[in-house]
Structures are given as structure tokens and as C-alpha cells.
Write a protein that binds this ligand. Structure first.
Ligand code: SF4
Ligand code: F3S
Ligand code: FES
Length: 247
């Protein structure tokens, strides 16, 4: 059966939506349709992908305005006569067609202080408890698709915030390291507040809604970090305790 597809084509200098009628078979996903277009009408259509199994995080795109993985979006999601419009991620600069330059995220990854165990701890010296492994396990499911980064309005609508705001993917990294019993380098919560722009987040939860790994980014990483930063700064008992123990 033929279906109506609209695909954005262009580069950093501009582009337009093009219309296609494409054959769709039972069980296919949006990435199959892009591959069919490449095999037929538009061999030069640029699209990043790798695993076709929802695990590499490469095929992020916007499908009918919603940030999604092309390889995990079944065509049966849409009504039979519904037009499917595919556009590149909006928050990052377009390279060509559906491929965007996501280097913003790599810069933020580089800025995040790496895991650092206390000096002198050698491999095998320390056995992590299962409970500590499980606490941060959820955050380690991240496939770095950057759909959350693309969706967050702090940078999606405000290019000027990109310098100060690391984004939800790096808040879960901060939370993960904060939960690690051997991470000794820095106070991750204070760092997130002071240097990653945690204060810009107003808990809209849009990042959580689009995460294909169903990581509860807002409830399990952002809100607990925000609460602990606030506790430290404004709880009089915590404040007094810090004063005493700092002496
Ligand atoms: Fe993708 Fe979720 Fe990781 Fe964000 S947290 S990069 S949405 S897998
Ligand atoms: Fe952005 Fe997620 Fe906060 S979408 S505003 S980081 S809750
Ligand atoms: Fe790997 Fe879609 S191709 S996540």
C-alpha cells in the first residue's frame, strides 16, 4: 500500500519539505521507509542510522513533530491515511537532510568531570555492593540518542542558553556519578547547579516523555539533585551542620 510521506531536504543554507508516495508493508518502521526512498527515488537522502534496534541512538529525528527514533517508530502508529512528516532534530544545526551536527552534546560530555576514584584505590581493592550498582543502573541505559537534549525548551528555543546549560542527558550523568560510592572528584550536585545549568531546568518533564529508554530523567535525577542543593543552601540545620563540620 502506498502512503504519503513528507521529508525535509536541504543543508545549512536552507531547504524544503518534499512529498513522496512510498510503498509500506506490514511491520515496517519509519527507517524502513527512508531506506526504501534511498533505494528508489532519492538515493542521496542523508540519514544517520546504525543498529536498527533502538540501541545505537543514531536515528533520532522528528516524526510528525515529535522527537523519536526512526527505527523504533512503527508505521502502524499512524492512521492509514495519515501523512507522515519527517524533519531533522530542531535543536542542532543541520548538516544535510535528516543529519544534524550533535557536537554540542560531545562538548558537554567533555566538560563533565570524569569519574575519579580516591587516589590509591587499585582495581580489585573495592567491591561495589549490589544496592549501589542498582541505584544508578537506570541512568546507564542511556543510548545517547539526544532526543532529550533536542526536546528541552531551555536550548530548543534559546540558542543563547547552550553555553550555560548541559541538558538532561548530562544531569543523569551527574546523578549517576553522584550515586557512585567511589566517585571522589567533586560534589556532583553543586557542580550541576554551578556549572551545568541545573537551575535553568523548570521541571517540564518533556525530556522524560521522549526518552526511548524510559529513564525517569526528571523524577529520579533532576528533582533529587535540585532538592538536595536547596536543602543544603536553605535548611538551617544542614547549614549549621556544614558550618560546624567545616571548622
Ligand atoms: Fe536518549 Fe534518554 Fe539518553 Fe536522553 S537520557 S540521550 S533521551 S536515552
Ligand atoms: Fe528541560 Fe527536562 Fe528540565 S525538558 S526543563 S531538563 S525537566
Ligand atoms: Fe540505532 Fe535507530 S538505528 S537506534
Amino acid at each position: 500500500m502506498k502512503r504519503h510521506f513528507r521529508v525535509w531536504r536541504g543543508d545549512e543554507s536552507g531547504g524544503e519539505i518534499q512529498d513522496f508516495q512510498v510503498e509500506v508493508n506490514d511491520g515496517e518502521v519509519v527507517l524502513d521507509i527512508i531506506h526504501r526512498l534511498q533505494a528508489t527515488e532519492t538515493p542521496d537522502l542523508a540519514c544517520r542510522w546504525n543498529c536498527k534496534a533502538g540501541k545505537c541512538g543514531s536515528c533520532s529525528m522528528e516524526i510528525n513533530g515529535k522527537p523519536r527514533l526512526g527505527c523504533m517508530t512503527r508505521m502502524s502508529t499512524f492512521e492509514e491515511n495519515e501523512t507522515v512528516t519527517i524533519t531533522p532534530l530542531r535543536t542542532f544545526p543541520v548538516i544535510r537532510d535528516l543529519v544534524t551536527d550533535v557536537s554540542f552534546n560531545y562538548e558537554k560530555a567533555r566538560e563533565t568531570p570524569a569519574f575519579a576514584p580516591p587516589p590509591g584505590v587499585r582495581p580489585g581493592d573495592y567491591r561495589m555492593k549490589q544496592i549501589d550498582v542498582e541505584r544508578s543502573q537506570e541512568f546507564r541505559k542511556c543510548i545517547e540518542c539526544f532526543l532529550c537534549q533536542n526536546t528541552c525548551h531551555v536550548v530548543r528555543d534559546h540558542e543563547e542558553n547552550k553555553k550555560a546549560f548541559s541538558g538532561p542527558r548530562y544531569f543523569i550523568r551527574a546523578a549517576e556519578l553522584d550515586m557512585h560510592p567511589l566517585d571522589d572528584r567533586t560534589d556532583r550536585k553543586e557542580y550541576a547547579q554551578a556549572s551545568q545549568g541545573l537551575g535553568y531546568c523548570n521541571i517540564t518533564k518533556c525530556c522524560t516523555e521522549v526518552c526511548p529508554e524510559h529513564i525517569k530523567i526528571t523524577d529520579n535525577a533532576i528533582i533529587p539533585m535540585k532538592e538536595r542543593v536547596v536543602d543544603r543552601r536553605y535548611d538551617p540545620l544542614v547549614w549549621l551542620g556544614r558550618k560546624i563540620f567545616r571548622r
